[in-house]
Design a protein around this ligand. Sequence first.
Ligand code: ADP
Length: 545
Amino acid sequence: MLGLMQSQPLLISSLIEFAERHHGDGEIVSRRVEGDIHRYTYRDLAARSRQLANALDKQGLAFSDRVATLAWNGYRHMEMYFGVSGSGRVLHTINPRLHPEQIAWIINHAEDQVLCFDMSFLPLVQAVHAKCPTVKKWVALCDAEKLPADTGVPGLASYEAWIAPQSAEYAWPQFDENTASSMCYTSGTTGNPKAALYSHRSTTLHAYAAALPDVMCLSARDAVLPVVPMFHVNAWGIPYSAALTGCKVVFPGPAMDGKSIYELIEAEKVTYAAGVPTVWQMMLGHMKPAGLKFSTLKRTVIGGSACPPAMITAFQDDFGVEVLHAWGMTEMSPLGTLCTLKNKQLDLSKDEQMKIRQKQGRAIFGVDMKIVDGNGDELPWDGKSYGDLLVRGPWILDTYYKGESPLIQDAQGRGWFPTGDVATIDSNGFMQITDRSKDVIKSGGEWISSIDIENIAMAHPAVAMAACIGMPHPKWDERPIVAVTLKPGAEVTREELLQFFEGKTAKWQIPDDVVFVEAIPLGATGKMLKTRLREQLKDYRLPGL
Ligand code: ADP
């Protein structure tokens, strides 16, 4: 017997329809590439998304055709989230920090038909357009008068001139909720990038889940600043959850430095922000010396790479801001776990709570997870056994776009996605990433977590950033070394830093050496790029070898 409830597909267009009807005057504030601050409402966003949908129809785009963006976080980009997917096309957000060759490869692989870009990326478009034969329309996300006369990009139009003649009337089409809605290529630190192809159903379910109190806890009372880029897994789904809750949205545009972000948080009374640790490192680096405080910021979700405990403490103790440590992946839309305490943990001491807060957190309903050993057998949730982390759920990838399914079948025939992360899970269900499987250091048959070593190094007051990698060793296979950058004006010697590890980790896990570097190489999403660091240190030899 089937239930007798209404059957309505979960579509992205319903999010924007809801926001317009119930939060029509909710504010969307953007710092633009032009440098000024732009303000409008969900009502304006909805109307312009419909104009864009009409423009795509006029352009002759078919259902499921791909429309790409090379853009910062801003209102026009958000219009594309709804106008492109809502009208049945697929939004392809490209990471502009990738190498131009890789960008051209991605555009061709996705067979993008239209590409909309912020003017900051005009040189990039000039470099790649001739290699992208599938793109039949190039659009600059700006006013007509901001478009230079001779760009060399054939038929380049301004976004404003393109959508201005279009009607704001548009009936969003109804279709199967499993239809593709957007796509995102993984950073591709190894091999060619691979794309996750999200659906309306996976995106809408993820938007519901992300808003839950134990997840991102978004509400109509919040003003949310996604520092995490809209080209990095849909800004962790915030634009969709924002429309679902009607919260105020504040977009930083291209100004991602600590000072600009801080000033925007204060000026727009932001209550909630989201970003990778390196961004917050820059902001705290700006605030601390100047003695600045937050007047409205309450919570910040930090993920994408391990959040150093020193950062959690700084936010909490110095600024009164709660850090929500989150873990996820492009292949997971991206949210998998989030770290919030359970009721029974509220009476624990601050130190005990801190130990929990460092973990990547508990699974969100919709994500099932387990850790397995080399034979694929499930390991106990004892907080000590570590193994490969596998996940499954309705917003987790089944098959790569034009690619293969990486899933591993269990005895019941259910498919699990191998995350490539090594983790422990404790008896309360809190997962902790030990490392990426390719980054763990194998020393004398034992594993050393590079994240643990980095966390200790970053707790030293002189250290700005630390990256731990394994170096070949004839006896132990590999030994850890830690590359560090220092805070401006700070000093510490190699010996002092190695001394600092004493008592904080087992003796055999203490790095063999400290290498002082000017900068730790960062990848396209602001994460430490250990592959590049290894290349830079290829001539390095461990002391005594
Ligand atoms: P890419 O894999 O291309 O770098 P993703 O953004 O999908 O792009 O990265 C997902 C990976 O980032 C995870 O598999 C994990 O290794 C790492 N990661 C994400 N969040 C955290 C976190 N909170 N702590 C530690 N590692 C994290």
